[in-house]
Structure formats: structure tokens, C-alpha cells
Design a protein around this ligand. Sequence first.
Ligand code: 13P
Length: 251
Amino acid sequence: MRKPLVAGNWKMNGSRENAESLIAGIKEGLGVNAAVEAAICPPFVYLSEVGSRLSGSGIALGAQNVSQHGNGAYTGEISTSMLLDVGCKYVISGHSERRALYGEADSLVAEKVVAINAAGLKPILCVGELLKERESGKTEEVVARQLDVLLNSAEGLAALQNTVIAYEPVWAIGTGMTATPEQAQDVHAFIRQRIAAKDTALAQKVRILYGGSVKGNNASELFAKADIDGGLIGGASLQVEEFLAICRAVK
Ligand code: 13P
């Protein structure tokens, strides 16, 4: 059985004060919930403090990005060993905002996924198509390309053993235009089949999250789909009640 994961991606939002109240509210509301694994991915500068606050709660800590390089002369970058050092379990890689705004190509995203896994962290690999790609019938082609860069190399396939995949259609991110449960399920099933063609056991165990305007009031119908194993949550993860409602919506 795949244990559902609900991960909050705070993106470049928050403050120390607001992180404190958010974490307190989430910890109190979630309590001991064996049905779902929750994770919080705050900005780098808050990782240590949020990690301390999460300690003992069972809620995992994640980062939003990482360097593909080991420690060294890379001014402004953060390494996998630093993320391990501050208690991270997960690292998001290939978020569409990094791909679109910071020019992260499939090959760089794959390098990061391999480095994250090699460090003993778990990658959350984001894939997803632009609106114009969906409208021109290219959704599967785009998602396949983003996956194949890992599926087609031995070290990529090895890293995928410990990876969570997040399908985030770019047109659904921060727009309120959630994919319908059927649209999401179709792509999730496609991702699982594509992995199965290389490794059937991996396809069964890999968790595939949906991300893109997930809210408390649409999460349960998305999570009810066979191949949707939780969510990667942006805006709604900054509100205690919304995030809790999404965590409670897991099947
Ligand atoms: P929203 O939930 O704000 O649409 O963001 C989704 C996302 O990008 C999570 O990584």
C-alpha cells in the first residue's frame, strides 16, 4: 500500500512569526494521524527553525530546491549535505517555477534528483505541462520527456526508487483552475504505466502526488482516484484550516 503524502510548498512566503503559528496550528490539528504522511517545505532560511518545531510531531521537513553540486565554491547555493544536516527528509526538484523562471532544464533536474537520492534524501520530482501544451494534445509527450531523462539512465532509475513524483499541470498552479479528478487521474495512470514499462515493482510503490490549486473543498475527490497518492500544496498550505482539511481528505 502506498501511504498518502500531503506536502506543503510554502514557496517564497512566510516569516518566522507566521511560521511559528502555522506549525503550531498544523501540529495541534493533525495530532496523530496514521492515515497520512504530512510534510512542510519552507524557504531555506526557515528550515532549521521549522525543523525544530516539527521535531517529534511525525511531520516531515522538506526543502524546495538544492544544488546539484557537493559543498564547495558555489556562492549562494545550498547542498544536499546541508539539508540533511538540518533534518530534511524531502527535497522538491524540477518545480515548474524553477523550470520556467530559473531555466532549469530536464537534464539539470535529473542531476539534482540523482544528487538528492545519493545524499540519502528523498526527491519530490515535479512534472507537468503548460496550458498550450495541453491544448495542443502534448501533455503525455511533455510528461514522458520529463520522466524519461531519469527512466533512461541507471542512476536515474535507481534514484526513482526513493522518489515521490508530483504531477503539477502548470496551468493549474496558483490559478484556482484545478485539473478535474479525471484529467489528473489520466496523467497519473500514464506516469505509472511509463514507469511500469521499466520496472513494474517501482510503478506499484511510487507515490504520485497531484499539485495545482488543491484546496480543502476539492481534495477528497482528487484523492479518491486510484493513482493519486496525495498532494503537493502551494497557497492552501499557508492556511492552517485549509492544510488540515486537505490532510483529512486522504482516502
Ligand atoms: P497552488 O496550490 O498554490 O496552486 O501551488 C501548487 C504548487 O505549485 C505546489 O508546488
